[in-house]
Design a protein around this ligand. Sequence first.
Ligand SMILES: C[S@@+](CC[C@H](N)C(=O)[O-])C[C@H]1O[C@@H](n2cnc3c(N)ncnc32)[C@H](O)[C@@H]1O
Length: 318
Amino acid sequence: MALPDWHSAWRAALYGPTGFFARGSRPADHFRTSPLVGPELAEAVVELLHRVDMALDRPNPLDFVDVGAGGGELAAQVFARSGRFGGRLRVRAVELTEPVVPAGVEWSSELPDQVTGLVIAHEWLDSLPCRVVQLHGQMVREVHVGADGTESLGDPVFSPWLDEWWPLSGEGQRAEIGSGRDAAWADLVSRVVAGAALAVDYGHFAGSRPFLGSLTGYRSGRQVPPVPDGTCDITAHVAFDSLAAVCPGELLTQREALAALGILGDQPAAGLAAADPLGWLAASARAGRVAELRDPAGLGGFHWLLCPRSAPISLVRA
Ligand SMILES: C[S@@+](CC[C@H](N)C(=O)[O-])C[C@H]1O[C@@H](n2cnc3c(N)ncnc32)[C@H](O)[C@@H]1O
């Protein structure tokens, strides 16, 4: 029997009836993401939400929508800071299965039709399945895969997206076709009637694409081969240059974005240890968490793409 192509196998492995995410697997159990580090990502997001609020002249309600919310950690942390918006903030977590979130955070498995405020896709796009292709004998071919990870090459593939964003030239070179993610992002952005959409993810750009693509798996905190049997997350980096072409906006690294939003993570002053030991401990722990979020070789190397809609909203200008 012919093996399914990677796009079908990936979709079934994550979102099919017994798929990894469809049956409620939580990212926290399998890999480290910024919302799990501590509250500092939420602090940065709330600062951006404040800029959105000002630019929209304080709408009521002001939406914060977390798409692909996982365990709802970011939505809960933003909700905990609703006081800054005087009761106007409406927080929604969009996730396939209901996360455990505080009463007051709305949950939906569907994308909202309209958003007035800020919608964030934090590590959502990397979880959207792609076609996987490989150059073989000067022909780009579809890669097929079985539930045990066995691969075979299929029909030739002609893709304008590949030609524009990820042309293959070396024998054995592979790519993940990002056109479906671009379309998903365009759809999400189009739902923001006023405010901004923010994509945060790991990614690559033309000129530095990984030769063998970036498809990989995660299970129980470890990186594993991407076997589409439903037992692991399957993910691939996002082509951020093609994503940025969907709508005009700002593209920063997480390290730059956090600094622009006031999350600096300075070490506490030396004298604080003697004057206020508990305060020093708390400040040191915070500095450690921020260092993890800003690490250029880790989470700090993530990309933030902000698309303002109908108002001049910026990461770099308060
Ligand atoms: C990589 S996880 C990221 C979770 C969280 N945002 C974080 O960064 O910790 C991607 C999440 O997106 C969810 N997801 C994917 N497609 C979705 C859709 N169409 N609607 C709602 N959730 C979706 C998955 O169930 C999964 O929990």
